[in-house]
Design a protein around this ligand. Structure first.
Ligand code: ADP
Ligand code: ZN
Ligand code: ZN
Length: 736
């Protein structure tokens, strides 16, 4: 058979090539569409790959090709545009295409399982039900309402739609079913059910209106907009209006948020305002629930997709607008396996789908600001808070040579007391969870270390353990010093747990509450805590960066920031940017028109220039100054970087591998690319492995990309590569 087609398949494996197969036995050639999943033999087992294309010739002899096992889908899961985007990602991030595609698939589909059914349960009257006289149900109004509603329906009405119209009515349905008056079936609906909008939009202020108009003025096509609006300036209102315009033109909308915790809140706001089907996509959902939402979007039945990072890859046939909220947030960067930036790919997706992309933030990343200032992005500025609220006032509090109590200075403590006495709320921000970051022996100076990392164990008093925040290992708290046997173990420093303990003693009436990853682990817990705060059940809030995101606390009039100094001198050149974003975001949680907020920042470096610019002139001035520093130092966004990381149980292997990698890069890169290293990672040993890296930098993205595309595929064939785990991180966000 000379013209039997050859199937080019992307297989999830750490290999930089695609694989050719013959089609499965008895396979209908018409079913071989790019974008379907296909089960193929691979090594000694089988894998679930994606069919990319049919080709006539393979680099291998046809008789040496293996036959694929079977097709797994009747319809393509990815369109050719989706596949092109994924291919772009694989090239840009130097990651095997098969793994990039697997990453874009819901978990069950990745494993080769049958797609979930989208058929919904639906109800209709039985012939006996149709014979019932309406007044026979006078005593049971809910039953009557449902019978009435179903009698208006030609066929059956989905249970979901029934719930939207009549409220949750499972019990009533069961009763009617047992009477034999109604029956259920399963059917496929053409469109997901949309709940009616219940909220009227506010009139936009002039800044918001201008922002909306400028986006609309550019039309339906590709354009990038940085919506740079202070906290509370009404960015979400701008999003909502843009979404309505896109929906009215028959488009789908993709909305990305950094944290799962922010999705229900935003989802609620969308649902109250927009009468279209919204689906959520994030890792907090059950696998089938998430996959169902994915299919709804893929088939165009769901018109709005709201999700975290991975939702970016959801196939959407009518995509017409992409919104990235809190675009500066580091959660948009996936830090393991396939290391990508969802924000950056969102821009590429917008370009490929020819639709507008809006990046919003009160504290835009320096990358995005640079793009806006240099004219590549449209810069939309909302400089005032909506509804007349005043911006908070920021002050530095010098704590050099001051005795602190659990990290709190007497001045701040007094202000907390005064603010509570006035009946207002206080927020104390400490970005370190647990009780104390150090446990030590008072006699001999022993310090509790992680056995697998170059790091100290954090004491968690509530659960009675020592916990390494880097590798996750835990052990019971030592009873005595393992070195000298003395019993006098003490803690140094403080985490949120210890701070909460102090505040419970000092201000029991304020009912202090702690918000960090430890107190919000359980599902729905965070929502509950936030509601309690808004209802005024707690006047004193203690928390980590979780408090800095998304939520507004209008009755908070004092914010105390306990410890930011590590941001000024971090090993990472991005430390200052993150510190400034955190301070500005936390500060922005507070205050409203009649109750302006005050922010106290404790520091041992009150003269630090960047800090002073931030406090006196605000985030924009800080960003300008930081950008000029970055330009002088040739750091991104004025240069482009990639980081080659390697780790191994032995100390030698990573540097051997990196040395070899470096010499190949030298030959390939010429003088257009600078190599820094190899050097040990700032935390050399982590989770029992030694880590080192090599940083590659160029002043032009093109040179860097050209080097990477030749260099990275060669690395896997190095002998020294077999003794390490290595990865490449393009546009690294953290050098840990
Ligand atoms: P952001 O997303 O910029 O932090 P939001 O969109 O959440 O801001 O708006 C902050 C608050 O101001 C919300 O309570 C919102 O309802 C209100 N708000 C926004 N725009 C307006 C407006 N034009 N008129 C009145 N209130 C508004
Ligand atoms: Zn000791
Ligand atoms: Zn550890």
């Amino acid at each position: 058979m000379p013209d039997e087609p050859i199937l080019r398949v992307a297989v999830p494996a750490p290999l930089y090539s695609c694989f050719d197969y013959l089609s499965p036995i008895d396979c209908d050639p018409g079913a071989l569409k790019p974008g379907v999943r296909i089960q193929v033999p691979f090594g000694r087992g089988e894998r679930c790959g994606i069919l990319l294309e049919l080709v006539q010739e393979s680099a291998y002899k046809t008789r040496r090709l293996k036959r694929a096992k079977r097709l797994l889908d009747a319809d393509a899961l990815f369109s050719s545009a989706d596949l092109a985007l994924l291919q772009w990602c694989a090239n840009y991030y130097q990651h095997p295409l098969g793994e990039v595609i697997a990453n874009a698939l819901p978990v069950r589909l990745r494993k080769g399982e049958v797609p979930v059914s989208l058929a919904h349960k639906a109800w209709q009257l039985t012939s006996e039900g149709m014979d019932q006289r309406p007044d026979s149900l006078k005593q049971a109004p809910r039953q009557a309402a449902i019978m009435q509603r179903l009698s208006n329906e030609m066929e059956s009405l989905s249970q979901e739609a029934l719930y939207v119209e009549c409220g949750e009515c499972r019990g009533v349905l069961r009763t009617l079913e047992s009477k034999g008056w109604i029956k259920s079936d399963h059917r496929l609906m053409t469109r997901s059910v949309a709940k009616p909008a219940t909220e009227v939009p506010p009139e936009l202020n002039s800044g918001q209106r201008e922002a909306v108009e400028r986006v609309l003025a550019e039309g339906d096509g590709f354009g990038i907009f940085l919506l740079d609006g202070v906290t509370g300036s009404g960015k979400t209102e701008v999003y909502l209006q843009l979404v309505e315009h896109a929906l009215a033109r028959g488009k789908q909308v993709l909305v990305l948020v950094p944290e799962i915790g922010l999705t229900p809140q935003l989802m609620g706001r969308f649902e109250r305002r927009i009468a279209e089907s919204v689906v959520m996509l994030h890792s907090g959902l059950a696998d089938t629930e998430r996959e169902r939402a994915w299919h709804e979007a893929r088939l165009g039945r769901a018109r709005i997709v709201l999700g975290t990072r991975s939702a970016l890859f959801t196939p959407m046939p009518d995509l017409g607008l992409i919104l990235v909220d809190e675009e500066h947030d580091i959660s948009f960067k996936q830090q393991d396996r396939f290391r990508y930036s969802a924000r950056d790919i969102a821009v590429i997706r917008g370009q490929k789908s020819d639709c507008p992309v809006v990046l919003g933030s009160a504290t835009p990343s320096l990358e995005s600001l640079h793009n806006a200032k240099s004219g590549r992005y449209h810069h939309l500025i909302l400089s005032e808070r909506a509804g007349g609220a005043k911006p908070p006032r920021l002050d530095l509090l010098d704590i050099r040579s001051i005795r602190l109590e659990t990290g709190v200075s007497p001045v701040l403590m007094r202000m907390v007391g005064d603010t509570l006495a006035e009946g207002n709320q206080v927020l104390l921000f400490l970005n370190r969870r647990g009780y104390a970051p150090v446990m030590t022996c008072h006699d001999c100076g022993w310090v509790a270390q992680c056995r697998r990392c170059d790091a100290r164990m954090t004491l968690h008093a509530g659960s009675g353990i020592l916990w390494c925040h880097h590798c996750g290992s835990q052990r019971p708290i030592d009873k005595g010093c393992p070195d000298c046997g003395e019993q006098d173990l003490r803690t140094l420093g403080q985490g949120t747990e210890k701070l909460e303990e102090l505040l419970l003693q000092r201000f029991p009436n304020a009912n202090p509450v702690r918000i960090d990853r430890d107190t919000t682990r359980r599902k729905g817990r965070m929502e509950r805590l936030f509601n309690h705060i808004l209802e005024g059940k707690h006047s004193l809030l203690v928390g980590t960066q979780m408090l800095a995101k998304g939520h507004h606390f209008p009755d908070v009039t004092l914010v105390g920031i306990l410890d930011v100094d590590q941001g000024l001198f971090g090993a990472d050149y991005r430390a200052a940017e993150r510190m400034a974003q955190q301070i500005t975001q936390v500060a922005g949680r507070a205050g409203r028109a009649e109750k302006p907020g005050r922010v106290i920042i404790q520091t041992r470096h009150p003269d630090h220039p960047l800090m002073n610019i931030l406090v006196r002139q605000g985030y924009d001035a800080f960003a300008d100054e930081s950008l000029s520093e970055r330009q002088l130092a040739d750091f991104p966004p004025f240069s482009y970087q990639a980081l080659l990381r390697a780790e191994a149980p032995g100390e030698e292997a990573p540097s051997l591998f990196l040395d070899e990698a470096q010499s190949i890069a030298r030959q390939l890169g010429g003088d257009r690319v600078t190599l820094w290293g190899p050097v040990p990672a700032p935390m050399e040993r982590r989770a029992g492995r030694y880590r080192a890296h090599l940083l590659i930098q160029s002043d032009q993205r093109g040179y860097l990309q050209a080097l990477l595309s030749k260099w990275v595929p060669q690395l896997s064939s190095l002998k020294s590569a077999r003794r390490v785990r290595w990865s490449i991180d393009v546009d690294p966000q953290e050098i840990l």
